[in-house]
Design a protein around this ligand. Sequence first.
Ligand SMILES: Nc1ncnc2c1ncn2[C@@H]1O[C@H](COP(=O)(O)OP(=O)(O)O)[C@@H](O)[C@H]1O
Ligand SMILES: [Mg+2]
Length: 368
Amino acid sequence: MDAGNLVTTRSGTVQDIGLRPRTEAVTPEALYVAETRGSAVTAEGLVKVYGKGKSEVRALDGVDLTVPEGSVLGLLGPNGAGKTTTVRILATLLKPDAGTASVAGFDIARQAHQLRSVIGLSGQYAAVDENLTGRENLSMFGRLYQLSKGDARKRADELLEQFDLVDAANRPAKTYSGGMRRRLDLASALVGQPRVLFLDEPTTGLDPRSRIAMWNVIRESVRGGMTVLLTTQYLEEADELADSIAVIDTGKVIARGTADELKAQIGGERIEVVVRQPGDIARAHALLMRNGEDECSVEEHARRLTTPAHGGAEKLVRIVRDFDEAGIVIDDIGLRRPTLDDVFLALTGHHAEDIELTGDDDAPAAAD
Ligand SMILES: Nc1ncnc2c1ncn2[C@@H]1O[C@H](COP(=O)(O)OP(=O)(O)O)[C@@H](O)[C@H]1O
Ligand SMILES: [Mg+2]
């Protein structure tokens, strides 16, 4: 990594923020390559190993990705899956041990300089300076992009408006709420009007309301046809924002498709039935299986049975009728959308949370 774009923040950490002045020419050849290929991001066989010997971690184990120009790819995976490592490699902040990748037609190894001039990066290790105000932060980024003072200021005001930060514009970023912080972070990534935007877990840690607000802001920002690679731990988030999804687990892409395709892979929506009497569970199970289902999981302690909802509401009505006829009392019944955990369980045989989130081994070996 060269030193040209390191920023020292007040907290003393040095961050490579991946910015380059936009004055550098994007060669017609490079544009041609990007456009004829039709994909703004391609990665093949990315491998990254951290540490050595016993402490060696194979963070990426051959990651392949393609993001078509103008689309949003959701890179979906649990904590520790390799999402940030992938983003950092694509943003040229980190060198892979093997594999190749290009972003907007620029090779990550040979054309890092040009590559950085056409990307924006926002996420977990954001470059916002806590002690500067929102406006100062955005103006600073404008200056880094070699805008004149006046233009930097103008761009800052535009973004403050767009991200609903006008009232907070003159307060230090450290006084911002989590949601405002994320909006400022995203705004900084957009100062240079990037062609490709990387969003690393843009809503992790936000409360549901701020998360939805953030989704709206992201949706609006990408409406103009920007290419976006977004990482997330939430299927719902990928579902809301992404045109296509790549599921990553322990450094490998284990599934790809649209949100609908992924859900269909695991049987789409689920129906959950809670029966009143523990003694009815076996009969309820038999009834559900009789309806032609290949799969029905039981959580004894919760008296809950879960089955794919092929047919949706129709099937739900049929279950209510069947159970009623059989004299099985239902405490609760509902349709729910598959969660990331369902997808994970189906694809990998383990729960998403098993990796690193709990870190302990005394969780029940199998919940189903
Ligand atoms: N600088 C580092 N040194 C050693 N291990 C690392 C480092 N960064 C990440 N890792 C490890 O690499 C794996 C992937 O990490 P990361 O890419 O941050 O995953 P994610 O962003 O999906 O949570 C994890 O096991 C993590 O602990
Ligand atoms: Mg991460």
